[in-house]
Design a protein around this ligand. Structure first.
Ligand code: SAM
Length: 295
């Protein structure tokens, strides 16, 4: 295929083909890019998460490139097969059900293997649910953290650990969720983060019934007690403000005595004077109060 170039045309790849990561629409077919269409039509093979879905997309655009499946359940063996084809010189496009390959789907395994095998990989950017939701949320986009899907409730311990970490997260948090798990997720978020935290619940992005519900976590949990969750969701959750974070840290320190607090810093290698200074700052009290408490 001569019309498409890799990310680094100067690189010598020993006759390997290229893996093209092709972003596809997350709901609106008009969002496919010209470069993705040209690539899908020009490669030797398209590896797709769900070949039936992708066939519909290809038929719509009158593209007849051969398809093969690459999904969560065959990714280990299939990745080896695709690597062998790439090493034989085939150009392959990777597409997932929707959006950008490797974002919360099995693409990352194949990309990693290609880099390890020095096979050229390039990304053709386009739709991605997390970026679409974040930009639409009206919440701070300056710093954010993407958690994708949380582990399910059956993986209780890991889910709890991540939820606890999100409690004090000072960046906007983005989560993916399927409709049948939305209620459980909202309940667990209220329990871990408190009901007052603001949320932009983005559903059916780029589709006819696109909706952004801006509410508190408690408001969303209450709303979906009666409303049936429908469609695909991205949750964009407001960060804990720095003031609230400082307040929470102060409250955490209050759970130990001043002596324990100073001893903690000494155990971390600080000398007594520095440990007392830090303890005073953490608790938002003057240094002399720490001195007094230790006398
Ligand atoms: N690779 C995709 C991307 O770039 O966003 C994500 C794939 S992940 C398996 C699917 C999840 O993305 C859905 O459960 C939902 O949380 C989110 N999602 C995908 N399309 C969406 C849409 N149109 N509206 C809202 N969320 C969407």
């Amino acid at each position: 295929m001569s019309t498409l170039h890799t990310a680094d045309p100067a690189r010598t790849d020993g006759g390997c083909g290229t893996l093209y990561l092709c972003a596809t629409p997350i709901g609106n077919l008009g969002d496919i890019t010209a470069r993705v269409l040209q690539t899908l039509a020009g490669v030797d093979l398209i590896a797709a998460e769900d070949t039936r879905n992708t066939r519909k997309l290809l038929t719509h655009f009158d593209i007849h490139t051969p398809l093969t499946s690459y999904h969560e359940h065959n990714r280990t063996e299939k990745a080896q097969e695709l690597i062998a084809r790439l090493q034989d010189g085939a150009d392959i496009a990777l597409v997932t059900d929707a959006g950008t390959p490797a974002i919360s789907d099995p693409g990352e395994v194949l990309v990693d293997l290609c880099h390890e095998a020095a096979i050229p990989v390039t990304s053709l950017p386009g739709p991605c649910a997390l970026v679409t939701a974040l930009s639409l949320s009206g919440l701070s986009c300056r710093r954010f953290v993407f958690e994708g899907f949380l582990p399910g409730r059956e993986d209780k311990k890991l889910r709890r650990t991540i939820l606890d970490a999100l409690r004090d997260e000072p960046r906007t948090v983005i989560l993916y969720e399927a409709p049948h798990h939305l209620r459980a997720l909202l309940d667990d978020l209220v329990a871990a983060l408190g009901g007052e935290r603001r949320l932009a619940l983005c559903r059916e992005l780029t589709k006819r019934f696109e909706e952004v519900q801006r509410m508190t976590l408690a408001g969303a949990a209450a709303y979906y007690e009666t409303a049936e969750p429908r469609g695909e969701y991205v949750l964009v959750i407001e960060a804990l403000g720095f003031e609230a974070l400082a307040e929470r840290e102060r409250a955490d320190w209050q759970e130990m005595s001043i002596a324990e607090h100073v001893a903690y810093y000494e155990s971390q290698g600080l000398d007594r004077k520095e440990a007392m200074k830090r303890a005073a700052a953490d608790r938002g009290i003057p240094k002399r109060e720490v001195y007094k408490a230790l006398l």
